[in-house]
Design a protein around this ligand. Structure first.
Ligand SMILES: [Zn+2]
Length: 290
């Protein structure tokens, strides 16, 4: 399977040592992916899988995390097709959660692009705070930042739980009151000792608003209960993202045979009333088109 695809990075223009366009190849052997767990997902991808799957030799840990996720998504679709099996679908129209096994289409996951002229220095100005008298500047985290944040003992409490929200925030803040030499440790100290609870909440919520780019956490599909097309499923980019079922792969095969993307109409339920989208075998096929 000699397919490759060029993809433009979301953070194009922001990198020094990474080109704006990367060439993805099919994964020569994905056997490592079978054993990758949630905790070592980023390390396995950046150190073992991506160097084999991307033509350009770069330091993958220096990618912005939004680009890491973007590359994983493209790689998943290139190698295994766009179908994904989820266990839960939530529908806002009938307000019900459907549990079971459903094929959904990863192409329905939207991507929020960076604005033009984004320079990766987002300022939360002192005017936005209630008491704190200084600007705080944040940057989008790299893969390395996220990996460091998630294993930094500074953010683990006495019971062994990691405060991921605080850890990520501290690794994203690059300047406080004009001091751009702050370390995550300095940031944590400042946030905990110099910021009121109200200002901390302002900082936390504004940083989410201002830095919320890249792949959304899930996509849309058809509600198995009422047929609404506004139903939602979650698909985070982690080790499970690359686990495909035979059904996912067969649906992809059917698409490729038909040489047209099926786009929507991909929510099919398995289990209870088994519904599949394999038109090749008409006797076993119920296509849900509502
Ligand atoms: Zn519904």
């Amino acid at each position: 399977m000699a397919i490759s695809e060029k993809i433009a990075l979301l953070g194009k223009g922001l990198y020094k040592d990474i080109p704006d366009v990367l060439t993805l190849k099919s994964i020569p052997t994905a056997s490592e992916l079978d054993y990758v767990g949630g905790e070592d997902f980023r390390a396995t991808m950046t150190d073992i899988i991506l160097p084999k799957a991307v033509e350009e030799q770069i330091d993958f840990r220096q990618l912005l995390d939004i680009d890491f996720q973007w590359i994983c998504r493209c790689l998943r679709i290139l190698n295994y097709g766009p179908y994904f099996t989820t266990n839960a679908i939530y529908c806002p129209d009938c307000d019900k959660v459907s549990h079971g096994e459903y094929h959904v289409d990863l192409r329905t996951i939207e991507v929020k692009m960076l604005p033009d002229n984004f320079n990766n220095a987002v300022t939360i100005s002192k005017d936005e705070f209630i008491d704190f008298d200084g600007d705080i500047v944040l940057r989008l985290p790299t893969v390395q930042d996220i990996m460091n944040a998630e294993k930094d003992p500074l953010f683990v409490d006495s019971k062994g739980n990691t405060n991921y929200v605080l850890a990520r925030l501290c690794y994203m803040i690059k300047s406080i009151k004009g001091n751009s030499r702050v370390s995550p440790t300095d940031v944590k100290f400042t946030l905990q000792n110099k910021l009121s609870s109200a200002d901390f909440r302002i900082l936390r919520d504004r940083s989410v608003e201002l830095m919320d780019f890249g792949l959304r956490a899930g996509g849309t599909t058809v509600c198995p209960k009422c047929g609404s097309r506004n139903a939602a499923y979650a698909a985070l980019v982690d080790d499970r993202f690359f686990r495909t079922t035979l059904g996912d792969l067969r649906a992809w095969k059917t698409d490729r045979a038909a040489e047209k993307p099926s786009g929507s109409d991909t929510a099919t339920s398995e289990g209870g009333g088994r519904i599949e989208i394999f038109p090749a075998d008409a006797s076993a096929t119920v296509r849900k088109d509502n």
